[in-house]
Design a protein around this ligand. Structure first.
Ligand code: GUN
Length: 293
């Protein structure tokens, strides 16, 4: 049977290390990292994420600033808030929760954030830094996946990595991170021919397509490491809903060498990496060496 990768436990350990880093920043530099989270509208899933982010930010000993704006907020108003946060020296990280309402251009808002406060790593400057190997802020979910992979496998150099999904939030930055670790990287997606064959070549298979249980065990190379980024809510028994990933866990677990479960795999890593990125941003903006990893 495959080894289950316990993302929940790993994320708890990471959050503890963030808490220790915050304590030493306060002790040695009188600096408390601060994270501002902006939520526009009332999307229930976004409200849950934002609440958890605020709670975990405070638990790590950092300052948390929450801005909740109505669904009718204009782009100009939101840009005004972003500029105010850019100028606030107590705010080291800014996260604008996506998706935004239709009247707001998400790209315009993301690219208005000071790139050195862009803890999501979505700003064009940070995308460019990642793809050219310069240091910068890296998107949280792929960073969390990479940490789990390195913890499990050690050196990733020379491994065949297949990323299924090409989103700007997960697929593309994941591919860039794996390439930087000297993997041979393939990005597959909905138009890929012979997707099963492509997946079967993977020593590392990252699924980030948002399609419930799309990848069966028959697509997995024996002994491969499978990272499931999907979080899909489907109808379960007796009208109840349950969470499943993008891979069919039962059949993949039988073939894989290691696999992340859903829930309790990649999910908890995302907020832990957001806290880590906030510490990184606070250090960089104060000229403090960040020797975290
Ligand atoms: N909505 C879903 N995932 C994310 C994320 O990683 N960052 C932001 N800002 N919004 C999201």
């Amino acid at each position: 049977m495959a080894k289950r990768i316990d993302g929940k436990a790993f994320a708890e350990g990471l959050r503890e290390r963030v808490g220790e880093a915050v304590s030493s920043l306060q002790r040695d530099h009188g600096l408390t990292p601060g994270l501002a989270v902006v939520l526009v509208g009332e999307d229930p899933a976004s409200q849950v994420y934002v609440r958890n982010k605020g709670k975990q930010t405070l638990e790590a000993g950092m300052k948390s600033f929450e801005h909740k704006l109505p669904n009718t907020t204009s782009e100009t108003e939101l840009l005004g808030l972003v500029n105010q946060l850019n100028a606030d020296p107590d705010v080291h990280g800014i996260l604008v929760q996506l998706p935004l309402p239709d009247q707001i251009d998400s790209h315009a808002v993301i690219n208005a954030i000071n790139p050195d406060k862009d803890v999501d790593g979505f700003h064009l400057i940070n995308v460019g830094r990642l793809s050219t190997g310069a240091s910068g802020l890296v998107p949280c979910t792929p960073l969390g996946c990479l940490m789990l992979l390195k913890a499990k496998l050690g050196d990733l150099s020379g491994k065949n990595a297949v990323v299924v999904g090409r989103s700007n939030i997960v697929g593309k930055p994941m591919a860039a991170l794996l390439l930087a670790e000297s993997c041979t990287v393939t990005i597959a997606h909905s138009r890929t021919q012979d997707l099963a064959e492509v997946c079967r070549e993977a020593d590392i298979l990252v699924a980030a397509v948002g399609r419930p249980e799309m990848i069966p065990g028959g697509w997995v190379k024996p002994g491969a490491t499978v990272i499931d980024v999907g979080i899909n809510r489907i109808e379960g028994e007796e009208g109840k809903t349950r969470l499943v990933g993008d891979v069919d866990y039962a059949s993949c677990e039988a073939v894989a060498g290691a696999i992340t479960p859903v829930p309790g795999g990649v999910g908890p890593m995302t907020i832990a990496c957001l806290l880590r990125n906030t510490v990184q941003a606070a250090c960089a903006s104060n000229g403090i060496t960040f020797d975290f990893d």
